[in-house]
Design a protein around this ligand. Structure first.
Ligand SMILES: *Cc1c(COP(=O)(O)O)cnc(C)c1O
Length: 415
């Protein structure tokens, strides 16, 4: 079954007031479709839950960086969490304000730091001492002060897929929480660094918020120790990571309750609170539409061959991720147990294995649900396939927010 905001009306799949088959037919497939209303509502859940607590919600651009989506979120008042110079460029192009941008990531280059400092971003989430030194020297040359938070690694197991878990001792991310106090002390000596924040991000797709609370408690204790040493910590950035339902039996964590609990735990600490949600804002708001090309069977298997592939949506191949697959017209009788595969020449090019699903036939359209986050942004041109178009729906209307790539696009820049 599809998840809201996608739903059947009269056995035809809709998002908002638009019938998806109409988009599939006129935009062609594969095509990503997003609900503008759902994205805005999902952002507001975060913002409103903070109530009167001083806060900032930085949307994690890497989850879905389409300019129109960034523009929509900027208009809602969102800030942005970026992990590259390219993402900063997108945010500025979309009308995002630089003073509402935080720069995360373990491998910022000199050029990226310079671009961010001269654009006047809010702060850097620093992940190593050498990065602090680099930022200090560039800030000195530009004659500015760089606000930083140090990203600490609290040794908390996010209990999510190993590739999207980031808070354990042997992960490349952050500075070990036990070494953090010394790093802050040295940061105080750097003339062009203002070390006023602590940040932390332990992983993605967390359906249980208990590890986030464990991390918060460890970080709050650190803030106390830092202040006792004279480090004037003013903001706490708790990263992103809240999960979304991909399978019918998964329950989405209650964002409002989680944020309110964070505010309660931080009450009296005189901290500005920040979060960097990505997936939980855009994930359920999007789907990838695809057309069934062929059915084929072997002695032991039934295959549904579709026109989308791992280059369009890599999550199943990369993380063994599950995406619910539903027909755009739910009129076909019966079900089939099949592998849903794409045209790419890799055995890993599948969307589902041995899945009981609607008995779709060639020409029918399907939706791969919960594809708004880490979908298009991870798309590639593997097998020289043009990346799909992207469509934004609002109410009863829809528009392209990215056209399908052409063959000409595919060879741009090549000799
Ligand atoms: C990826 C990332 C996020 C967003 O994670 P979601 O699981 O999409 O909410 C936030 N902060 C940092 C530092 C990240 O790397």
């Amino acid at each position: 079954m599809p998840f809201p905001p996608f739903s059947y009306r009269d056995r035809n799949l809709y998002v908002e007031d638009v019938e998806l088959e109409q988009i599939a037919r006129s935009a062609g497939t594969p095509v990503y479709v997003y609900s503008a209303t759902a994205i805005a509502e999902r952002y507001r859940r975060y913002d409103e839950a903070f109530g009167s607590t001083p806060h900032e919600v930085f949307y994690a651009v890497k989850a879905n960086s389409n300019l129109s989506i960034l523009r929509l979120l900027a208009a809602e008042g969102a800030g942005f969490d970026i992990v590259s110079g390219g993402e900063l460029y997108r945010v500025l192009r979309a009308g995002g304000r630089p003073e509402k941008v935080v720069f995360s990531g373990v491998g910022k280059t000199r050029e990226e730091v310079e671009y961010a400092l001269s654009s006047g971003i809010h702060s850097f989430n620093c992940e190593s001492e050498s990065e602090l030194t680099l930022i200090d020297s560039i800030a000195s040359r530009l004659g500015v002060k760089a606000r930083v938070a140090i990203r600490v690694n609290p040794h908390v197991d996010a209990q999510t897929h190993p590739y999207i878990s980031t808070g354990l001792r042997d992960h490349k991310f952050g500075i070990d929480i036990t070494a953090a106090e010394d790093v802050y002390s040295r940061a105080l000596q750097l003339e062009h660094i203002v070390a006023e924040g602590v940040s932390c991000h332990i992983g993605s797709q967390l359906l249980d918020t208990a590890p986030l609370k464990e991390a918060l408690d460890a970080v709050l204790a650190l803030v106390g120790r830092l202040r006792a040493r004279g480090v004037p910590i003013r903001h706490l950035d708790l990263g992103g990571g809240l999960g979304v339902p991909y399978k019918p039996d998964q329950v989405e964590p209650d964002v409002t309750a989680h944020v309110q609990d964070v505010c309660a735990r931080c009450a009296g600490h005189d901290l500005k609170l920040m979060m960097e949600p990505g997936r939980s804002i855009v994930g359920p708001a999007g789907a990838l539409l695809s057309r069934v090309l062929y059915r084929k069977s072997t002695e032991s298997k039934e295959f549904v061959v579709v026109d989308a592939a791992m280059n369009d949506l890599i999550r199943p191949a990369l993380y063994q991720a599950y995406h619910e697959i539903v027909p755009l017209r739910a009129h076909m009788p019966g079900t089939v147990v099949a592998d849903v595969v794409g045209p790419v020449c890799e055995t890993g090019d599948f969307f589902a294995r041995d899945r009981e699903m609607a008995n779709v036939l060639p020409g029918d359209f399907i939706a791969l649900c919960t594809a708004g986050a880490y979908g298009f942004v991870l798309a590639s041109n593997y097998n020289t396939r043009p990346r799909p178009a992207e469509v934004l729906v609002e109410g009863a209307s829809w528009k392209f927010i990215r056209t399908r790539e052409t063959y000409e696009d595919l060879v741009r820049g090549e000799e």
